[in-house]
Design a protein around this ligand. Structure first.
Ligand code: BGC
Length: 593
C-alpha cells in the first residue's frame, strides 16, 4: 500500500504554511487489552443491539485463525498469535473464500461463524476493492477497473452487506474499515501537483472513489450492529496544512454521496499499513533549536504539522468534526507495524547542534524517509490492540496483519491485479516522491497480502513495547511453556522507594535484582497498585497500568538482567491520600521478595 508523503512535503515547502500546531503531550495509559482468545460455547443469535459509543470498550475481539496459524508457525510467533487482526475482503472472491495463503478457505461467513463460536464481541473487516484501487501506486492495484463502480456495488458491497446483516451475527459489533489507500489520493496526487498520477486524476474526475465510499457507508451503515471507520491516511500523508482540512472536507463529501449520511460514519482509522510512530517522545512539533522552529528546519518534519500518529489522529478527529461529522466520532490507530524498538531505538533526544541532528537523533521512526511505505526494514510490532488508550481514540488495532507483505520486491506475475512498485525494491534509489532516497524495503518480498516470513521475524525482533511486556502478550517469556520461556526465576528481589510525594502525586524508584544464577534475556515485573495510585509516566523502563495491575519491562540496554545483576527504573504517579507501597512483586511470573 502506498502512503506517499514527499509530494506533500514538496508542496508544503513551496507554500510554507505558517500556522504551528502545538504538540499534544498525552498520557498514554493502557486501559484495556482486547482480543484474548477465548473459545466459548456457540452463542445463540442475540437481538440487534443499540450502537455504543466505543464498540471496542470491554470487547473481546475476533482472532483470525488463518493469520494466527501463519504467525504461530513462525519461530517466536506464538508470542502474538492470539492477537486480534482484521479480516481483509481484498477482492470479490474473498467473500466466499479463495484459498489464498493468507485467507485460506475462509470466506466472510466462515470468519463470522468462527467469531460467534469464539464468543467474540467485535469483528473487524476491511472493505478494500474500490474501482481503480490504489491509484498512486502499483503494489495494491485491484481487480476492478476505474469505471467498474456498478460491479463494486452489486458484486462486492451488496453481498457483503447481506452477510453482515444476517441475524446470526447480530450479537457481534462489526467494525468495518472503509477503503484504505483511496480518498486522500484525490487530495494529494491530483491536479497538477508534482505527485499527480493520471490514475488518481481519473478517479477524481469520474467520482468513483467518492461514490464507492458513499455506497459502502450507506449500505453497511444501514446495519444496526455495523460501525464504519473510514481510512484517514496517516500523519505523513495528510498532516501537512494543505492536505489536512481538504481531506476532511472530501471525506464529508463522500459521507453525503450515493445514499450515505454522516450518521453512517462512526469514525476514522489512521496508519493502516503504514509505519509512522505512535508517539515521538524525544521532540515536539513546537520545539526550537538555535531559536529556529524544528517544524521548518528539520528535513524529516519538513513543515508537517504533526510528528506522530497519536497527535495527528486526535487533531484529525477535531478537524472532521469541524467539517461536519458528528461530535462523538472515534479514531482507530493501526499499531501493527509502528513499534520501532530494538537496539536502534533512541533512548533520548538527539544533540541540539542542529534541527536535523536533534530530530534524527531522537526519532523512533527509523525510516530513511517518511515517504517510504513498503515492507520497511527495522520496523517492529507496535502497541498491542487496546481499547480506549487515549482521548478520542476508540482503539489501537492491528488492521494490517503483521507479516503480510506490502508489495513484491520484484515483478511477480499474479492473478490478483497486483503490480510491481519499485518502492518495494530494496535496490531502488528512489524518486522525487521519497526525495530520491533508497526505498528502505526488505528484499525477497512476495506480492502484497502474501505471507512474508522475514518481515514477520523483523517485526518480532523490533517489537515495542517489547514482547512479553504488553498486557495480553501470551508470549511473555515468563509465561511457562511459551517459546523463549527461560523457566521460573529462582531468585529475585525488589527494592521500591518513594523519592518524593506531594498532595496528588509521587515519584518512585524501583530496583530489580536477579539473585538467581541464570541470566534473564528479558524481564517483566508485575505488581498491584493500591487503590488510588495510578502510574502516569516512567523512565528507564516501560511501565503501564491496567486497572490496578502495573507491568514494567525494559528494552535495549536494560532489556535483560544478568545473573546477579540489577536494573533500576523510576516512575511518576498520581494518588489520592497517603502513598502505600505495593505488597508483592512478581518477575516473569515468579514471586519476588
Ligand atoms: C493487499 C491485500 C491484503 C492486505 C492485507 C494489501 O496490501 O493488497 O491483498 O489483503 O494488504 O495484508
Amino acid at each position: 500500500m502506498r502512503y506517499d508523503s514527499p509530494s506533500k512535503a514538496r508542496e508544503s515547502r513551496r507554500r510554507r504554511g505558517t500556522a504551528a500546531a502545538s504538540a499534544m503531550v498525552l498520557a498514554s495509559g493502557l486501559l484495556l487489552a482486547v482480543g484474548q482468545t477465548a473459545i466459548g460455547a456457540e452463542n445463540d443469535p442475540a437481538p440487534a443491539q443499540q450502537r455504543v459509543d466505543n464498540p471496542y470498550d470491554g470487547a473481546q475481539v475476533y482472532v483470525n485463525p488463518i493469520w494466527a496459524a501463519n504467525a504461530a508457525a513462525e519461530p517466536g510467533g506464538s508470542a502474538v498469535a492470539d492477537q486480534p487482526t482484521a479480516v481483509w475482503m481484498d477482492r470479490i472472491s474473498a467473500i466466499e473464500g479463495n484459498g489464498s495463503p493468507t485467507t485460506g478457505d475462509y470466506g466472510l461467513r466462515d470468519h463470522l461463524d468462527e467469531a460467534v463460536s469464539q464468543g467474540a464481541d467485535l469483528f473487524q473487516v476491511i472493505i478494500y476493492n474500490l474501482p481503480g484501487r490504489d491509484c498512486a501506486a502499483l503494489a495494491s492495484n485491484g481487480e476492478l477497473g476505474p469505471d467498474e463502480l456498478p460491479r463494486y456495488e452489486s458484486e462486492y458491497i451488496d453481498p457483503i452487506a447481506e452477510i453482515l446483516a444476517d441475524p446470526a451475527y447480530s450479537s457481534l459489533r462489526i467494525a468495518t474499515i472503509i477503503e484504505i489507500d483511496s480518498l486522500p489520493n484525490l487530495v494529494t496526487n491530483v491536479g497538477g501537483r508534482e505527485t499527480a498520477t493520471p490514475e488518481c486524476d481519473e478517479m477524481l474526475a469520474n467520482g468513483n472513489y467518492v461514490n464507492g465510499v458513499g455506497y459502502a457507508l450507506a449500505q453497511l451503515g444501514a446495519i444496526p450492529n455495523v460501525y464504519n471507520y473510514v481510512d484517514a491516511g496517516h500523519h505523513g500523508w495528510i498532516g501537512w496544512e494543505d492536505n489536512f482540512g481538504a481531506s476532511a472536507d472530501l471525506f464529508f463529501e463522500a459521507a453525503n454521496a450515493n445514499g450515505a449520511t454522516p450518521d453512517d460514519v462512526h469514525g476514522f482509522i489512521a496508519n493502516t499499513a503504514n509505519f509512522s510512530a505512535l508517539e515521538e517522545e524525544n521532540f515536539s512539533i513546537g520545539d526550537t533549536i538555535n531559536g529556529q522552529p524544528i517544524r521548518g528546519e528539520s528535513s524529516w518534519i519538513d513543515w508537517n504539522n504533526y510528528v506522530d500518529e497519536l497527535s495527528f489522529a486526535q487533531a484529525f478527529r477535531q478537524e472532521a468534526i469541524s467539517a461536519g461529522f458528528n461530535s462523538d466520532i472515534g479514531m482507530l490507530i493501526d499499531t501493527s507495524r509502528n513499534g520501532w524498538g530494538g537496539s536502534e531505538r533512541p533512548t533520548g533526544p538527539g544533540p541540539e547542534t542542529s534541527a536535523d541532528a536533534y530530530v534524527d537523533g531522537g526519532r523512533y521512526d527509523r525510516r530513511i524517509n517518511p515517504g517510504n511505505w513498503c515492507n520497511q526494514a527495522g520496523a517492529g510490532l507496535g502497541e498491542r490492540p487496546t481499547a480506549s488508550p487515549a482521548a478520542g481514540i476508540d482503539a489501537y488495532v492491528w488492521a494490517k496483519p503483521p507479516g503480510e507483505s506490502d508489495g513484491s520486491s520484484e515483478e511477480i506475475p499474479n492473478d490478483e491485479g497486483k503490480g510491481f512498485d519499485r518502492m518495494c525494491d530494496p535496490t531502488y534509489e528512489g524518486n522525487p516522491r521519497n526525495q530520491n532516497n533508497p526505498s528502505g524495503a526488505l528484499p525477497d518480498a512476495p506480492i502484497s497480502g502474501h505471507w512474508f516470513s522475514a518481515q514477520f521475524q523483523e517485526l518480532l525482533a523490533n517489537a515495542h513495547p517489547p514482547l512479553g511486556s504488553g498486557p495480553g502478550d501470551p508470549g511473555d517469556p515468563g509465561d511457562p511453556g511459551d517459546p523463549g520461556d527461560p523457566g521460573p526465576v529462582t531468585g529475585c528481589s525488589v527494592s521500591y522507594s518513594v523519592q518524593s510525594q506531594w498532595n496528588a502525586g509521587y515519584v518512585a524508584q524501583v530496583t530489580v535484582t536477579n539473585t538467581s544464577s541464570t541470566a534473564l534475556p528479558s524481564w517483566s515485573l508485575v505488581w498491584t497498585n493500591p487503590s488510588g495510585q495510578q502510574v502516569t509516566s516512567a523512565w528507564n523502563a516501560s511501565v503501564t497500568q491496567q486497572g490496578s495491575q502495573v507491568t514494567a519491562s525494559g528494552s535495549g540496554w536494560n532489556g535483560s538482567i544478568p545473573a546477579g545483576g540489577s536494573v533500576s527504573f523510576g516512575f511518576q504517579g498520581t494518588l489520592s491520600g497517603a502513598h502505600v507501597a505495593p505488597a508483592a512483586f512478581s518477575l516473569n511470573n515468579s514471586a519476588c521478595s
